[in-house]
Write a protein that binds this ligand. Sequence first.
Ligand SMILES: Nc1ncnc2c1ncn2[C@@H]1O[C@H](COP(=O)(O)OP(=O)(O)OP(=O)(O)O)[C@@H](O)[C@H]1O
Length: 546
Amino acid sequence: MYQPKLLENIQKALMAEQRQSVIQDGILLIALGITAIIAGIFNVYYASRLAQGVTSDLREETYAKIQSFSLENIEKFSAGSLTTRLINDMNQIMNMIMQLFMQMLRMPILIVGSFIFCIIIIPRFWWATILMVTLIFGFGFFVLKRMNTLFEKYQAKMDQISNQAQETLQGVRVVKSFNQGPQEIKKFNQTSNKLNDYNIVIGYWFSAVMPAFQLVAYLVITLVVYLIGQTITAHPSDVTVISPFVNYVLTLLWAVMIAGMVMMQFARATISLGRIDEILKAEPTVKFNEKASKKPLGGSVEFDHVSFAYPDGDKATLEDISFKIPAGKMVGIVGATGSGKSTLAQLIARLYDPTKGKVEIGGHNLRDVSEESLRKTVAFVLQKAILFSGTIASNLKQGNSRAKLHELQRAADMAQASEFIQRYNDSFDHEVEERSANFSGGQKQRLSIARGLISKSPILILDDSTSALDAESEKKVQEALEHELPDTTTFIIAEKIVSVKNADTILVLDEGKLVAQGTHEELLKTSTVYQEIYNTQRAKNAGGEK
Ligand SMILES: Nc1ncnc2c1ncn2[C@@H]1O[C@H](COP(=O)(O)OP(=O)(O)OP(=O)(O)O)[C@@H](O)[C@H]1O
């Protein structure tokens, strides 16, 4: 800040031939320069450490919050948007914090300081300085407001593009096998072009701002130099003023431009902060009672007049369902596709809460239990087998992190997975690649069944989990469940009646209603819906055998 003023002093001292003053101010000038360099290095170092540290804490806190979300919360935000927020928005916030500590303290000092020095150096033309500052600030605020709206639109498009990319990459097999590549590219390009349009408009504004600021500053400089020229005979010492004045005007201009850019960065980051805040403020729609006991709840399951509608669904998916299952029973759930079988199972695992009625496990209303006790009680093998990158063992141990090798082996035996695991040299240490691409559908199902079994939970839900298994393996899995887990309450959701024929009781769902309950033999006599499903499947099988 003080350097141009020192230059002016040196010029004056040179003209007055004051050698001592020239040397003194010269040394001061060099010392100031060196101090600025050292301070600059420390500034960047600490600003980036601080920005990284704060962002990393915030990212971890946000991620932990997402983990506490129910399925409803996640579906509401969408997985793509949550990913963009964790990566893109966090980067914006990190940049903002860096800029805050690198520029935001310095720029106001430079702006106010240069402004004061411009007036001190040549007080006669104070109005020119004020005119320049007014024009620059006025234009700056106008641009900033416009940019803010553009950045909001840009961020929303960014979410959309990330959702699209995620969906297509996750379903890459479908995309390829249905030759959907060109359509997907077209869809992606449309969004990408829109994003590009916003970027171009933002670019136009950026490219207009700099020259406009410079034009104003140079006009003022020209005006002041012209006016000094007009009055130089009356004020001959003004010659030494021109150079520091130009310097201060340029410093002011530079500081305003940097501050403007930082403000734009702030505008972007404020939107990002808002998007992170939305996550942090969102209330998990399924809340557990963490003060309740952490012990397993027991094996009995009761639905008491349970109805359920998905948050975005217009009608109830389950209607007035009531049943009681004592501990240790094997329960089949059958019904046409879309009849609500998976939804019913999700209510047992409390992935959603019923809209009406209550679900009880071991006599405890699920709304009153702790998450730990529920997770210890219910093991859910999902319809779609999902494995995580790591090893076979690391995936199985998600069911029970303390499981020993012999327990892994036993679960793999029961799930009919041992045969293919033993074929690998590294057995349970065999790598699971990203998206478990190195396993077949049947192998993935067997491993996810094994993962469910390892937890030795009192309740096991198999949601259509044997659909990719051949009839022989499916039978063996069922026999193992029956003989080796006699105390476990097992829910088997199946398309094929043959998969649940031996169950102690079968629940028959039709369009969200529980239309019948009983053993296979009882239902064949009493339930027309069951008879229809059974006869259709038998006819299909007979047709297949011919
Ligand atoms: N996350 C969701 N949001 C909105 N509606 C959903 C959601 N999941 C399922 N549904 C709807 O709820 C109904 C029941 O679905 P559910 O998956 O429970 O049926 P299902 O009997 O298990 O079917 P399938 O045998 O085909 O797996 C369907 O009409 C489905 O469209």
